[in-house]
Each structure stands twice: as structure tokens, then as C-alpha cells.
Design a protein around this ligand. Structure first.
Ligand code: SAH
Ligand code: SF4
Length: 440
């Protein structure tokens, strides 16, 4: 979502004459778009700010103009005051719900009004103020449909930094998606912190579910692929599960974090479901879409996690069999309920050891999943050139990166690729002769 937000900031600034640069030392403005989800977020912010400060001083010294420095995103939201105090050279600090006001903030900062801080959650959502013309038309693009979260998992800062759940109206999303496709986008990933809790208003004033939104989007001519992320198990409704069977362009890949396998820990995390309930959802999804590839998030070393709790996580991983997953050591986040469980913190070496064991198992499953594709023919959306001469990189329906030899003019098409090798993080294959259809 930070990638989506950064692109929108670029859209907003473009009419003011700003353009993106890959040379930060010569930038007129630097915006640090930050994430607060796991440890060391603020340390990283302050150390990056140190680097930017030096660049700015260098520019001033050489008479090469000045650099406006801004901090955006969830660290800004959570620690705005602290940033202003500790880094007085920062001109603007604003949270994820107020970046549409960048032009006003910029005007104030340039007037020399001192540091500008905006960490409000405005009543009018920022989406109403974002420019419509400039939108992401990458081949594979993100589209935010939902933001914020009301779930309050005990470890998580999201409800405090991104705010309460908000869903965009279906019409807004459809017109944004149509503009994307007209500009060349072939794959859209619908984004939300809790995307399957989506309940945006339809034209008739009733709320649409994510499954209904997906059905509407699937009607767009020229859109080849749809995905959504990130989902909560409690919101995997019947209609959404069925969409995986009924909607052709909905890809057979689902990121459905479970975090832990022990019911005791799931309860302490306030996840509001058990391991058995999660397994049942997976079973149902697979009955509708047998080739569905699953991905997840895991936290090891949540306060009070015993060896047995951790074994329950390993067992759940064995039972589900993931195609891909992310796993993290628990890190206390300021202001969250779990951060107050001081007496129950798990020692760092125990967390490291558990993480290594979990990742070994997940890597084994991922490799086996990738290897199972050897000899299969799959449709691959050819996205970009690779590092090697004549190489293209694309994506399989199951989110794997696929490397193959092909002339670059095929970028943007879905090609049939025969897989020759499955590796830890990617597949290698060759084009099936005659296997390149036109994009539409
Ligand atoms: N909405 C998603 C997750 C968003 S945060 C969901 O409900 O699953 C992305 C991931 O970061 C989480 O799934 C979790 O695994 C991890 N995470 C969040 N807070 C964390 C913390 N305090 N310590 C370690 N990992 C954390
Ligand atoms: Fe955080 Fe996800 Fe839980 Fe919301 S559902 S509090 S975003 S982990």
C-alpha cells in the first residue's frame, strides 16, 4: 500500500512541476514514506533522515539550491511530534490519511511557516481529493479499495496508524480500474489492510461485498487478471470463496495470514478464530478451487508462546501446505495491548531458533510447490526484461516469477510457458510455440 500511496503522491505533485528522480542528492524534495508495522521502524526513519540531512547540507554548500524534507506514512502518523522535535530540519510530517493535502502543506513549508504537521484522520476521505487523470498504468498495478482496520489484533499497530476501516465506493473503483486498463494495465491487485472486509457503496446505496466488486471488475474488457490482498480468515465469506471458482480472471492464489497455530496464542492475539476454523476455510476454498496456492503470515515468539504452542504452528503449516509465506519474530509495537505483556516476553535466541525452524519448513514447502510445475504448461503474464540478454520475467497465476527467453515485444501478453525447472524462488521455462495470445 505504501507503493500505491507513493505513486499517488507523485500524481499530486506532478501538476506542481515535480517529477520523480533516482538521484536523491539532486532532489528538490525528498519524501520518506515509512512503515511502522515491525521493529526498528523509527530507528530506520531517523537514520535515513540523517542521510537526507547531509545531502541537503551538501546542496546548500555548493549553492545548488535546497531540498524540502518530508516524512510520510505510519511512522509519521505514530511519532509525528517526536520526529519534529528530534529532527528539526524536517519540513513536513504527515500521515497516510492526509497526503492529498500535500500542495497546501508544501505551500506553507515554502512560505517559511515552520514545520508542518498533519496527522489527522479527515472526515472526508483522501480518495475524494486525489487526481483522477494520473493513475498507475503499470502492467501489473495496485488499486486501493479499502483502508484501515477494526480488528485490533493484540500485536498490530495498523488500527492506530491507518485508522478505522473505510471502503471506497464501487463506482470510484470501477472508473479507476477502467482508466488503468485503458492505459495498459493487464493485472490489478486490489489492496486493503483488511481487504475482504470490503463493503463499499454501490450506485443504489447498498453495500457491495468484495466478491461483488470482483464480479463487477471482471466485466472490464482487457483486464486479464485480478488479485486481492490482505485478507483476514474471519471475512472469507461464502460468496468470496465461490468467486475463486466462478470468476475466471481471479487468480488461484490467496494470501490468508493465520499468524499462529495454537488456539491459546490465537486467542491471546485476538484473532477470533481457532486453528481448526482456519483449516476448514482452507478446505472449503480448495473444494471450490483445487489448484489454489496459499500464502500466509506467521509470527513466532508472541508473548507467552511455549514450545508446544510453537509445535502447533508447525503442525498447522504441515496440514495446510503453503506455496509461499512470510514469517516474523514478534516485536512489541508501542501502544498495542501485547506490548504490555512484559513478563511474558520470549528471549531473542528462542525467537530466532523458532523462526529458523519455521522458515526451513516453509522453504521446503515452497520448493516442493515450485518443483511440482516441472513439465507443466502455464499461462504467464510477461512483465519485463530480465538481466540476461533476451530474457523476460513474468508471473504465473500462482504468483511465481517465471524466467524465459523471448523477444521483448511480447511484454504485456499472456504466453503459454512450458516449465523446465522449479527453484526456491522462481520457475524457469520456455515459450510454447504458438503459445502467445494477444493481450485482449
Ligand atoms: N491485515 C493483515 C496483516 C497486516 S500486517 C492480517 O490480518 O493478517 C502484515 C503482517 O505483519 C502481519 O500479518 C503479521 O504477520 C506481521 N506483524 C504485524 N505486527 C507485528 C508485530 N508486532 N511483530 C511481528 N510481526 C508483526
Ligand atoms: Fe493488524 Fe491485520 Fe489484525 Fe488488522 S487484521 S489488526 S491489520 S493484523
Amino acid at each position: 500500500m505504501n507503493v500505491y500511496d507513493s505513486d499517488r503522491m507523485a500524481d499530486i505533485l506532478s501538476p506542481l512541476g515535480y517529477d520523480l528522480t533516482d538521484k536523491p542528492q539532486s532532489a528538490d524534495m525528498a519524501i520518506l514514506n515509512t512503515c511502522h508495522i515491525r521493529e526498528k521502524a523509527s530507528e530506520k526513519t531517523f537514520s535515513e533522515l540523517g542521510v537526507l540531512r547531509k545531502m541537503r547540507e551538501e546542496r546548500k554548500k555548493t549553492g545548488d539550491g535546497d531540498m524540502i524534507i518530508a516524512v510520510a506514512g505510519c511512522v509519521a502518523q505514530a511519532e509525528g511530534e517526536e520526529i519534529m522535535k528530534r529532527a528539526p530540519f524536517v519540513d513536513m510530517v504527515f500521515g497516510p490519511q492526509s497526503y492529498h493535502k500535500l500542495p497546501e502543506m508544501l505551500a506553507a513549508a515554502s512560505r517559511g511557516a515552520g514545520q508542518v504537521l498533519d496527522t489527522d484522520f479527515p472526515v472526508e476521505p483522501k480518495f475524494d481529493h486525489l487526481p483522477a487523470e494520473a493513475i498507475d498504468t503499470k502492467l501489473s498495478a495496485f488499486l486501493t479499495v479499502q483502508e484501515g482496520c477494526d480488528k485490533f489484533c493484540a500485536f498490530c499497530v495498523v488500527p492506530y496508524t491507518r485508522g478505522a476501516e473505510f471502503s471506497r465506493a464501487t463506482d470510484d473503483i470501477l472508473s479507476e480500474a477502467k482508466r488503468m486498463v485503458a492505459g495498459g494495465t493487464r493485472e490489478i491487485t486490489l489492496l486493503g489492510q483488511n481487504v475482504n472486509a470490503y463493503h463499499g457503496l454501490r450506485k443504489d446505496g447498498k453495500a457491495a461485498s468484495l466478491a461483488e466488486l470482483i464480479q463487477m471488475l471482471a466485466e472490464i474488457d482487457g483486464l486479464e487478471r485480478l488479485r486481492y490482498t490482505t485478507s483476514h480468515p474471519l471475512e472469507m465469506t461464502e460468496d468470496l470463496c465461490r468467486a475463486h471458482r466462478d470468476v475466471d480472471i481471479l487468480m488461484p492464489y490467496l494470501h490468508l495470514p493465520v499468524q499462529a497455530g495454537s488456539d491459546r496464542i490465537l486467542e491471546a492475539m485476538n484473532r477470533r478464530h481457532t486453528g481448526a476454523e482456519y483449516r476448514r476455510i482452507i478446505e472449503k476454498l480448495r473444494s471450490y478451487r483445487p489448484d489454489l496456492a496459499l500464502s500466509g503470515d506467521f509470527i513466532v515468539g508472541f508473548p507467552g508462546e511455549t514450545d508446544q504452542d510453537f509445535e502447533d504452528t508447525l503442525q498447522l503449516v504441515r496440514d495446510v501446505n503453503y506455496a509461499q509465506a512470510y514469517s516474523f519474530k514478534y516485536s512489541p509495537r508501542p501502544g498495542t495491548p501485547a506490548a504490555a505483556l512484559e513478563g511474558q516476553m520470549i528471549p531473542e535466541d528462542v525467537k530466532s531458533e523458532r523462526l529458523a525452524r519455521l522458515q526451513a519448513l516453509l522453504n521446503e514447502q515452497q520448493l516442493a510447490f515450485n518443483q511440482s510445475f516441472k513439465g507443466k504448461e502455464i499461462p504467464v503474464l510477461l512483465e519485463r526484461e530480465g538481466k540476461k540478454e533476451g530474457q523476460l520475467i513474468g508471473r504465473s497465476p500462482y504468483m511465481q516469477s517465471v524466467y524465459l527467453q523471448s523477444p521483448p515485444h511480447r511484454i504485456g501478453r499472456v504466453a503459454t510457458v512450458i516449465i523446465e525447472e522449479g527453484n526456491a524462488n522462481s520457475l524457469r521455462g520456455k515459450l510454447k510455440s504458438g503459445g502467445v495470445a494477444d493481450a485482449a
